[in-house]
Design a protein around this ligand. Sequence first.
Ligand SMILES: Cc1cc2nc3c(=O)[nH]c(=O)nc-3n(C[C@H](O)[C@H](O)[C@H](O)COP(=O)(O)OP(=O)(O)OC[C@H]3O[C@@H](n4cnc5c(N)ncnc54)[C@H](O)[C@@H]3O)c2cc1C
Length: 370
Amino acid sequence: MTIAIVGAGLGGLALARVLHVNGIDAAVYEREPSRGARGQGGMLDLHSGTGQRALREAGLIDQFHAIARREGQDLRLLAPDGTLLLQEDTPDDAPLERPEVDRPDLRNLLLDSLPEHTVHWGRAFAYADHGLLHFTDGSSATYDLLVGADGADSQVRALLTDARPAHTGQNTIELGIPDIDRTHPDLATMVGRGNYWVLGDGQSLSAQRNGDGRVRIYLSFNTAEDWFATSGIPFDDPAAARVRLIELFTGWDSRFTALIAACDDTVVPRSITTLPVGLTWPSTPGVTLLGDAAHLMPPVGQGANMALLDGALLGLALAAHPDDFPTAVKEYEREMFARTNTAGRQSAHVQAILTSPDAGQKMLAFFQPG
Ligand SMILES: Cc1cc2nc3c(=O)[nH]c(=O)nc-3n(C[C@H](O)[C@H](O)[C@H](O)COP(=O)(O)OP(=O)(O)OC[C@H]3O[C@@H](n4cnc5c(N)ncnc54)[C@H](O)[C@@H]3O)c2cc1C
């Protein structure tokens, strides 16, 4: 029985790894030409009950602890006028409840744990029919079970549902300050070791220290789907884009606009889209989905955790029913639908707080209920 996984993201790799430790081979088809072809993004916080549970099932929890950043759990929450609303510093002996990890380190951990032939780079899925996968380069491969782990814009998803991601009314722009301790030590002290959030009405700024000394900055705006085209931000001219972005933060404390001014020329616009919460489909022998392909959520800390756990639990279900993939897929989907429905609701709630008027005070109440 041949298992084909489309997408070498966190979810697809977790599935391949759990299958491997259970003695089952799988082929992973990834459209990127090599592991280093594209930047993998910033930090992720892995939760003990979900993302870390997946790494435990994958036999990788000790290696994860070696690359996890406990101090990355630090949080500073501020208002646009500079008022500090909340500061949480992580004690050195704090439990690793939600440590941060650099996304490239986590992906490399998973990739290095697989036999070399597992991932087929440069194979972009185009369509599937009659047990054959077809790739955009004209090549093909057989499968008995096809797992779509191909992320937010999944092509495999169309085999199971007509649902498509919809815009949330939020757009973000990612910027970054390289080697901040050396280039801007004052801003480094201000941001601290973990997460730094400034929440305003209809827009926010968050900064996050990465393990390599880069601080990634995310500017978020409650704006329409076509805003990147209509905003007047010249994305092809990073210096001019920074000037325009600083204008958009007029009235905010000058320390926050100093963060934008200190950024390098990386400017990445990103529309925030989600799938409907609670999306399901009739179980179909021979094909299933995991991760963002199945349940794209707002980026508030659950997506990667769910993708990893999906991969691990599907791997365990297939290992428990090696001669009956339809039963394994049904069991996996039943649990996955219920679990990610809850996570999707929680994420939508946090996203609603982040994008609501008076977001700072509401987030403070969220962290300090009662
Ligand atoms: C700015 C930002 C911050 C985030 N922060 C967090 C966080 O702190 N915590 C958290 O839990 N989640 C976070 N998330 C969400 C998290 O990144 C995703 O939920 C997670 O990466 C989903 O994993 P995945 O394996 O499903 O998909 P992906 O990681 O997107 O992997 C999909 C893979 O499939 C490949 N692929 C796509 N199409 C094809 C094709 N046709 N053929 C072959 N391969 C294909 C892609 O190249 C990619 O390698 C964040 C998201 C964003 C945008």
